[in-house]
Design a protein around this ligand. Structure first.
Ligand SMILES: Nc1ncnc2c1ncn2[C@@H]1O[C@H](COP(=O)(O)OP(=O)(O)OP(=O)(O)O)[C@@H](O)[C@H]1O
Length: 380
């Protein structure tokens, strides 16, 4: 493990190091100072093209700034470009969703930001501090929960875990008792505060994991699948708490999840990765309104099998089910396709009995944007 890897991994606490693929760190190194800068103001997040100048951004507002980050694994024919020249700024107090199909590069990007993977190129600044130059300072208010869990100490009670993780974040646990009380209350863990974590249900352990990440007063947190395994009510509680922390305490959250509903509900912005690059960066509303995707459901007695097979030659995404009489078809297409569809139906003298449009959701947008992703791929 290089000095840089060690410094980074150690300073985001031992929970993170449990997931490091490139080495382990001594958890005693995890005690890092906690240094708040309340001058930061909340604004929106921005993505920059790789070529833009870092100097143009105001570091006080930017919690995480990544410039030209690239990472390849392996050599020669077996090489994989996991992250390909990614630049992104994430503003203080925002909740940013990181989405992408398996192998898109999300984990490698997050681990590079956390200092657990050494990138081949690029720079990372956290709260304006360059990770390579001053790793301890850069990570002083960063914490993470990776792969839906965290190394809570199962023999310790819930409250003891919060005190422990506050301590290794460099915070006197007595000074953040109110924060712990509030976290326990907000996450419905008050009644379990003095129960050892091993005696809790899986969902409760998950909530303790999140509370532990927040116990030391981290200002920037990375949460990988934070709602994995939670029941609907617990998931909503957790989402509400994240929103409150972002809005009231300027907590910056990078959240990676395959649960599109969670991302749609909780995230200010969504970054979609595909083949190592960020292919979309916008608010959920903008992503939904920008998409040139239409899904129409048409029912008519005049739609017969011959017409359905003609339509199938023009449209890939078509589903048909037989009605009596006629068919109901559902076609997913772009604007041009929509005109073609209506023209084909008119030419076939189809009387439209029922036409319904189905609004796209984030999952539809995601599928469209990542349709060509190679997944666990060889190099391009
Ligand atoms: N340590 C490694 N050695 C070799 N290849 C790796 C390593 N880590 C990741 N990769 C490859 O890099 C690419 C990106 O992987 P990464 O884990 O970052 O994707 P991901 O978007 O997080 O995927 P998932 O959603 O499945 O977790 C994949 O092709 C993966 O096989």
């Amino acid at each position: 493990m290089t000095a840089r890897e060690n410094a980074g991994a150690a300073s985001v606490t031992d929970a993170v190091t449990a997931f490091s693929e490139e080495g382990t760190a001594d958890s005693s190194d995890a005690a890092v100072g906690f240094d708040r800068d309340r001058s930061m103001e909340r604004t929106a997040a921005v993505t920059r093209p790789a070529s833009s100048e870092t100097a143009a951004t105001d570091d006080r507002d930017i919690a995480i700034s990544v410039t030209g980050l690239s990472k390849r694994f392996g050599e020669g024919d077996a090489a994989v470009t996991a992250v390909d020249d990614v630049s992104v700024d994430i503003e203080t107090g925002s909740i940013v969703g990181l989405l992408g199909p398996n192998g898109a590069g999300k984990t490698t990007l997050i681990k590079s930001i956390l200092g657990m993977v050494v990138p081949d190129a690029g720079t990372v600044r956290i709260r304006g501090i360059d990770l390579e130059e001053r790793p301890r300072a850069a990570y002083s208010a960063v914490d993470a929960m990776l792969e839906g869990a965290r190394n809570d100490y199962w023999r310790l009670t819930v409250r003891e875990n919060l005190r422990y993780f506050a301590t290794i974040s460099g915070v006197d646990p007595n000074s953040v008792r109110d924060r712990h009380d509030r976290l326990l209350a907000q996450l419905d863990l008050e009644a379990k505060a003095d129960v050892p974590v091993r005696d809790l249900s899986r969902g409760m352990k998950q909530k303790v994991s999140l509370a532990s990440v927040l116990a030391g007063g981290a200002e920037v947190v990375f949460l990988d699948e934070p709602t994995l395994g939670l029941d609907v009510e617990s998931s909503r509680t957790l989402q509400r708490e994240l929103r409150r922390l972002a809005a009231e305490e300027d907590l910056t959250v990078v959240l990676s999840s395959h649960d599109m509903d969670v991302v749609e509900t909780v995230c200010d912005r969504v970054l979609i990765m595909s083949d190592g690059a960020i292919v979309a960066d916008d608010t959920v509303d903008a992503l939904l309104s920008d998409t040139d995707r239409h899904c129409v459901r048409i029912t008519s007695a005049d739609i017969d099998a011959a017409l359905v097979s003609r339509l199938r030659r023009r449209f890939d995404a078509i589903e048909a089910d037989r009605r009596d009489p006629g068919h109901r078809i559902e076609v997913v297409t772009d604007s041009d396709g929509l005109y073609d569809l209506l023209a084909m139906l008119r030419d076939a003298d189809v009387t439209l009995e029922r036409v319904r449009t189905v609004e796209p959701d984030l999952e539809d947008v995601f599928v469209d944007l990542t349709a060509g992703d190679q997944g666990d791929r060889g190099d391009r």
